[in-house]
Write a protein that binds this ligand. Structure first.
Ligand SMILES: Cc1ncc(COP(=O)(O)O)c(C=O)c1O
Length: 404
């Protein structure tokens, strides 16, 4: 009856099951995986909601690539940060996930391969599978902290590779591309006729080197500028969206900025226009509001950056030689990866945290971290909640250590 591509293992994992059972029983949990910014006590200017009441949104006047003034506003955002963009080369979508979907349709036939970093964001398997594309992982080097490595990426290429995904900074590892790595990758992709999909949703959340101890940085100097898209040699699709840019995931609006040789960009745009026209999925009120919303980016991003920096610093400040975990260096993003020496069964430990401390943490293997002994924490929770959560984590770890 159903397509093979939907023959997923649909049952919840043990952690999700246990969490749901505790929640059903009314047990309060402290969630150190919370990465929904609308649940993390940030202050959103009321103007954001007022803008949605614009009566101009009552008219339906669809434009497949997006309402031009909204695309111009996104382009100005890139220009303000030093990466001049042509609004005609910006395409609006309903989310970054939808941007991936459009690009997989544009670039790959069934059975073709898309390279994705490992460790990274766990949605790639589903996104690729839904488009009958094979996600082929290329490992980030270093084993924590991780860094992009063009040789590992080259080794994963096959004649069926149609695109390389880079997440810059990567989630959850915070790895960024250095200028040198990016130049080598762009040249490699140009040489092989492969597109680059640069997921830059966390690009506005780079760690500020002046604010954290050097040991918290990987030492990679990120590509100068704010976006990877403006390269002349190969087709690059840079992805961004409101879920991270303005911490507004509920508004369902993303974008992609297209860079590269005009002989490739123009046909890509023409084809994307038809893909987008088939769905017309971006809602009118959000497109209409976008130019005014973007003006609030500095104030909203400032709050998130402060929160993330404070939580990261504090987490790091706790770890000294004899501590039960250490925090891996990171160059950006909303998450921290902690390493727990001697922790073999991450899932059993995450369950222990739920049972003993009513605490939710993510095992590293959720993100395809290959070696066991890693946990992933969101840095978005309000500081007091975050500190309480980390204190509980320490208690569980110390108890475990004492029992060994
Ligand atoms: C690296 C990365 N890309 C894309 C997304 C999805 O963004 P959107 O909500 O715009 O689909 C996420 C969500 O967490 C993410 O971590």
């Amino acid at each position: 009856m159903f397509a093979r591509r939907t023959a997923w293992e649909l049952g919840e994992n043990a952690l999700a099951r246990r969490r749901a059972a505790l929640e059903r029983a009314g047990v309060p949990l402290l969630d150190l995986t919370e990465s929904n910014p609308t649940r993390c006590e940030f202050t959103y200017p009321p103007e954001l909601w007022q803008t949605l009441a614009d009566p101009a949104a009552a008219a339906y006047d669809p434009s497949p690539l997006g309402w031009l003034p909204a695309r111009e506003a996104v382009a100005r955002g890139y220009a303000d940060k030093g990466a001049a963009a042509d609004p005609r080369r910006i395409v609006l979508t309903a989310s970054t996930s939808e941007s991936y979907s459009f690009l997989f349709r544009l670039l790959a036939d069934p059975g073709d391969a898309i390279l994705v970093p490992r460790p990274s964001y766990p949605l790639f398997d589903y996104l690729a599978g839904l488009h009958d594309v094979e996600p082929v992982a290329y490992p980030l080097a270093g084993g924590g902290p991780w860094r992009y490595d063009v040789d590992a990426l080259r080794a994963a290429l096959t004649p069926r590779t149609r695109a390389v995904v880079v997440v810059h900074p990567n989630h959850p590892t915070g790895s960024v591309l250095s200028g040198e790595t990016w130049a080598a990758l762009a040249a490699l992709c140009a040489d092989r006729g492969i597109a680059v999909i640069a997921d830059e949703v966390f690009a506005d959340y780079l760690v500020e080197p002046a604010r954290v101890p050097r040991t918290l940085l990987s030492g990679t100097l990120p590509v100068p500028g704010t976006s990877l898209y403006p390269v002349p040699e190969t087709l690059v699709f840079a992805l961004g969206g409101l879920s991270k840019f303005l911490a507004l995931p509920q508004m369902k609006l993303g974008w992609l900025a297209i860079g590269g040789p005009p002989a490739l960009v123009e046909p890509a745009l023409a084809r994307l226009e038809l893909i987008a026209d088939t769905f017309l999925s971006v809602n009118t009120p959000a497109q209409r509001a976008l130019p005014r919303w973007l003006a609030h980016a500095p104030a909203i991003q400032h709050q998130l950056r402060e929160r993330i920096a404070e939580n990261r610093q504090w987490l790091r400040g706790l770890t000294h030689g004899s501590d039960p975990f250490d925090v891996l260096a990171s160059d950006g993003g909303w998450a921290a990866v902690v390493r727990v020496p001697g922790l073999d069964d991450e899932e059993a430990f995450a369950l222990e945290c739920l049972e003993q401390a009513r605490l939710m943490v993510h095992p590293g293997y959720f993100y395809d971290v290959e070696t066991p002994g890693h946990l992933v924490l969101s840095l978005l929770p309000p500081t007091a909640r975050f500190r309480e959560g980390v204190a509980r984590l320490r208690q569980v770890l110390e108890k475990r250590r004492a029992a060994c």
